[in-house]
Design a protein around this ligand. Structure first.
Ligand code: ADP
Ligand code: UDP
Length: 238
């Protein structure tokens, strides 16, 4: 499958059309941003790592009954996916307090929740991806009630699958962001990426951060952390 025109360039990926109107190619960049694009940088090799990790995790989820946009890994940075209409909600699941949750509610990081939490942000860069609830999403026509219900069910199931898989590899799944899309037949599938850019990963024993917080917080060792996640989950550092 060949790329035709570029449809979109985002902060971390480019999206290209193909000869098949139902398929597109995502190309992962090394560009990194944080705080709604205010902080910019490069994480060398990130595009390759996020592409390969995302595809590994998408395959795992599909084997466990979650429909996704994944079709085929084309090369180290590029993947063929089903073209979807993205539901403009960032779906965030949390198992342990961190980041904006800790800040918003005035608690420390590292509180292990008895049950996972879910929240939605309205995916809108101009507004800074504001927090939104079900009723607001319905009022704005971002999704229907059954669609929101499906997304919630998938998100919690994805959490169960990913949490167990990460633990097998010595990684605590702290929190993560998902995006879902709609296929032409109206069905909902998991889209976008699942990577150290979009998840918080802590080493089980040392609680060392193995994700984008190293970039956001200038902790150093950013590339090493991404490589370590790839080594643990894919068994290599290519
Ligand atoms: P952002 O738009 O937040 O800067 P990216 O740089 O990751 O993010 O850009 C990738 C874009 O592609 C995102 O807007 C994402 O919603 C969108 N996308 C992800 N998967 C698909 C898909 N299967 N079909 C169409 N668009 C997709
Ligand atoms: N996240 C993301 N994209 C966003 C916002 C959050 O991938 O635009 C991920 C983030 O990497 C973390 C989780 O969602 O794993 C929860 O992020 P949080 O709300 O704590 O926000 P942050 O600390 O990134 O401001």
């Amino acid at each position: 499958m060949e790329k035709t025109v570029q449809l979109y360039e985002g902060k971390a990926k480019k999206v290209f059309a193909t000869n098949d109107e139902n398929l597109c190619i995502v190309s992962y960049k090394d560009d990194a941003t944080a705080f709604n694009g205010e902080k910019k940088g490069t994480i060398l090799g990130k595009g390759v790592i996020n592409n390969r990790l995302t595809n590994r995790l998408m395959r795992l989820l599909m084997e466990n009954g979650i429909p996704t946009h994944f079709v085929e890994e084309l090369n180290d940075r590029e993947t063929l996916v089903k073209k979807v209409s993205i539901v403009p909600l960032e779906v965030i699941i949390r198992n342990i307090s961190a980041g904006s949750f800790a800040k918003r509610y005035g608690v420390g990081e590292g509180i292990v929740f008895k049950n996972p939490t879910i929240e939605f942000s309205y995916k809108n860069d101009e507004l800074g991806d504001p927090l939104i609830n079900n009723c607001h999403a319905l009022a704005l026509g971002l999704a229907t009630e059954p669609e929101i219900e499906t997304i919630k069910n998938y998100a919690f199931k994805i959490n169960d699958i990913l949490k167990a898989f990460m633990l097998e590899h010595g990684i605590e799944l702290v929190d993560f962001k998902l995006e879902f899309g709609k296929l032409p037949d109206g069905s909902i599938v998991l889209a976008d990426e699942i990577s150290p850019d979009t998840c918080r990963f802590w080493d089980v024993k040392t609680h060392e951060k193995l994700d984008k917080d190293r970039f956001r917080r200038d902790l150093g060792g950013v590339e090493d952390a991404y490589n370590e996640v790839m080594r643990r989950l894919l068994g290599d550092t290519k």
